[in-house]
Design a protein around this ligand. Structure first.
Ligand SMILES: *Cc1c(COP(=O)(O)O)cnc(C)c1O
Length: 344
């Protein structure tokens, strides 16, 4: 039977109504192109309000471009970028960070729960200090991580300390940043620039937009000529208002946070129900909007045969169930019931 909703990714969902409405409102008359329109100005201002700082803001089409272009502005080609071995920039961007930085090497760190630790960073920095090794210059953290865990503020502060010690810049891949804020119940500034984050890629797509991510440079000097970098990479939208106006829909009335909270709650509910079943075990504490479980291979196959979409190749394997801003309790119960029936 065809399913109405799936758990493959939060990009399976559509556009949330306030975002659609904001797009609609921007669709009147003519406007200046390439970001000189009032919606783009307003959306950037609202983001500055939200983060309570005067950051530089850019809007691009997707997360791969946001991460790659941000990283390229932090690292020269002879520099290296420290990331977790499961990081999206390493595993899911087809080499774009290396490509756009003209060859900056990504150095891979290991760490429990998909997280970098100060020790794992220090180990890579101090392993080699000679001229023959690409000089470590950037730490890239994913918040929430690729396995649905969330860095605490203390953990980010510890990373900031080691970054300061070794002169490393900090990039944050926040494709699901809203889910991290919802999970930690902190202000956005408390887990970004106050923890030394130089650049944040703030995801809009997975939070309820049709398309688009915002890049926030808290360290404004690093944004020098970034508009040219975006243009050269094919990421400067000519009808920019339709990339920026949706942010107004997300930001007004804190829809971004409500969407994050909703998806997180769904994941918590799903995790509770799955955990209670025999032969199923949680692989990570579900701190954001995904649930990773180990379950018998034949159950996975049978669920797929029933028409459920979910991934088994993300992170370290297992089945990943991802909840979205519009996931319903009915869908969760339907999935859980199917699993129960198959286990019986
Ligand atoms: C989805 C995602 C991105 C962005 O991916 P695009 O498909 O390029 O928009 C970046 N980082 C993480 C962790 C993601 O999950």
């Amino acid at each position: 039977m065809a399913k109405n909703q799936h758990f493959a990714s939060d990009n399976y969902s559509g556009v949330c109504p306030p975002v659609w409405e904001a797009m609609q409102q921007a669709n009147s008359g003519h406007a200046l192109a390439y970001g000189s329109d009032p919606w783009t100005q307003k959306a950037a201002d609202r983001l500055r309000d939200l983060f309570e700082t005067d950051c530089e803001v850019y809007f691009v089409f997707n997360g791969t471009a946001a991460n790659s272009l941000a990283l390229a502005s932090l690292a020269q080609s002879y520099h290296s970028i420290i990331a977790h071995e499961l990081a999206h920039v390493e595993t899911d961007e087809c080499g774009a960070p290396e490509f756009f930085s003209n060859g900056s090497k990504i150095l891979l760190a290991t760490g429990e729960y998909g997280k970098l630790t100060p020790e794992s960073i220090e180990k890579l920095v101090t392993k080699r200090r000679d001229i023959h090794y690409p000089k470590p210059k950037v730490v890239s953290v994913t918040q929430p991580t690729e396995v649905g865990t969330v860095y605490t503020r203390n953990e980010l502060q510890a990373i900031q300390e080691v970054a300061t010690q070794y002169g490393l810049k900090i990039h944050m891949d926040g494709a699901r940043f809203a889910n991290a804020v919802a999970s930690l119940q902190l202000q956005p500034k408390e887990i970004t620039w106050q923890c030394g984050v130089d650049v944040l890629c703030f995801g809009g797509t997975k939070n309820g937009m049709a398309v688009g991510e915002a890049i926030l440079f808290f360290n404004r000097q690093l944004a020098e000529d970034f508009d040219y970098r975006c243009k050269q990479a094919g990421q400067l939208a000519s009808k920019m208002r339709f990339l920026s106006a949706p942010w107004l829909g997300l930001l007004e009335n804190n829809i971004w946070l409500q969407n994050g909270r909703h998806a997180n709650r769904c994941a918590t509910l799903l995790a509770q129900q799955l955990q209670a079943l025999p032969n199923i075990s949680l692989m990570f504490p579900p701190q954001a909007n995904s649930v990773f479980v180990q379950m018998p291979a034949e159950i996975i196959d049978q669920l797929h045969a029933l028409g459920w979409h979910f991934y088994t190749f993300i992170g370290v394997g297992g089945a990943r169930f991802m909840c979205s801003w519009d996931t319903t309790e009915e869908t969760i119960h339907e999935l859980v019931q199917d699993i129960k029936d198959l286990l019986a």
